[in-house]
Design a protein around this ligand. Structure first.
Ligand code: MRU
Length: 360
């Protein structure tokens, strides 16, 4: 198979005229490659809510651009009205999904630009918002690269890596987080083998992770979620690499539903379980996992979405939480752009991120 650089997937950016946000519609992958240009509040909200753009860092990058694009459409010349409109757009976009904290963090960074320029012209504020949105994107590229380097230092040639959901270039920028070490290893000729959980019910592992790895020529094998225990028992897995949507101050980590089950299995079989994510995914205001809001989604995703006929009777009730929280005691290390944090996480966060509100 031809070797391709997937680290440059063009998943989120401004449109060529700079007035819309352009995304690769992830909800259609791997069967269709469709790019969308989004401009209205409703289109931007819908793209997040329906996972056309998804993955905590990518949602954050998208949200920064979205707030800027909406600000360009403001008709007012009054600072107070402009600020109020930006705040309203911020609140609306922030309500599109509840778990990934990057959404709130990046919206607030772009809104803070507006709040910090009360005496400036609206056009100067708009320019500064655009620069902030681009800076957020650039930062994420650098953070993913650093995370991938640290992650790669945790494995050796020939290792088998279990992944859950998708934490690759589509969900971030460039290398990704949870998948970043695999892409770096590939570029350096270090052989690793990935086992991808398919990730019911929205199949991010099957549709997105396997797609990204396959395109890059990385050896990968797709498994159903309920096969993870067997492949671990068979000795095929040397480490688990997953991403994160919100990490609490004590290290409890929300990630795609099923992640905590993988961590429990890994502990049982004595396999290290690593969470990889940028510091923008750490919520220093959140003391522990009990305080992380968990998104509930439509049960039709379980029964109907990927089946030609419904898999269950219409009257059967469904419970469809999109995330779970992995207890910090199950996590071997949390890999950030500043370094690898080992337990106790509150202390290692405080050392790596002083002044961020982390309490040792
Ligand atoms: O519902 P999704 O597809 O947005 O969930 C994504 C995940 O759970 C990812 O693992 C997480 O956002 C990290 S992406 C680097």
């Amino acid at each position: 198979m031809e070797l391709k650089q997937v680290t440059h997937i063009d998943n989120v950016r401004l449109s060529d005229d700079g007035r819309a946000v352009r995304i690769l519609d992830q909800s259609l992958l791997p069967n269709e490659t469709i790019y969308l240009e989004l401009q209205t509040p409703e289109e931007l909200y819908e793209a997040i809510a329906t996972l056309r753009v998804r993955g905590a860092p990518a949602i954050g990058i998208f949200a920064g651009y979205a707030l800027y694009v909406l600000a360009l459409q403001a008709k007012t010349t009054s600072y107070a009205d402009f600020l109020a409109e930006c705040q309203k757009n911020r609140d609306y976009l922030n309500s599109s999904r509840p778990t990934a904290v990057n959404l709130r963090h990046m919206l607030d960074r772009v809104l803070a630009v507006v709040q910090s320029m009360p005496c400036a012209d609206i056009s100067a504020i708009q320019d500064a918002m655009g620069q902030m949105a681009k800076a957020i994107h650039e930062e994420d590229i650098a953070m993913c690269t650093a995370i991938s380097e640290y992650g790669l230092s945790l494995v050796k040639a020939g290792d088998g890596i279990l992944t859950h959901c998708n934490a690759g270039p589509l969900a971030t920028s460039r290398y990704g987080t949870g998948l970043g070490p695999l892409f770096l290893a590939q570029e350096r000729g270090i052989p690793l083998h990935a086992f991808c959980d398919e990730t019911r019910p929205l199949l991010q592992g099957a549709r997105l992770t396997a797609y990204e790895l396959q395109r890059a020529g990385i050896d990968c094998t797709l498994i159903c979620d309920n096969m993870a225990s067997l492949v671990m028992k068979q000795g095929k897995i040397n480490a688990c690499f997953v991403g994160c949507d919100r990490v609490a101050r004590n290290g409890d980590t929300a990630n795609k539903i099923g992640t905590s089950g993988v961590a429990i299995l890994a502990k049982h079989y004595g396999i290290p379980f690593y969470v990889l994510g940028p510091s923008s995914t750490i919520d220093f205001t959140c003391p522990d996992g009990d305080h992380i809001p968990i998104e509930l989604r439509d049960g039709a995703e379980i029964k109907e979405k990927f089946f030609s006929k419904p898999s269950s009777l219409p009257e059967v009730k469904c419970y469809n939480p999109a995330f779970d929280v992995t207890d910090h005691e199950l996590i071997t290390a949390i890999v950030t752009e500043k370094g690898i944090c080992y337990p106790p996480f509150a202390e290692s966060f405080a050392k790596l991120f002083p002044g961020k509100g982390a309490k040792a």
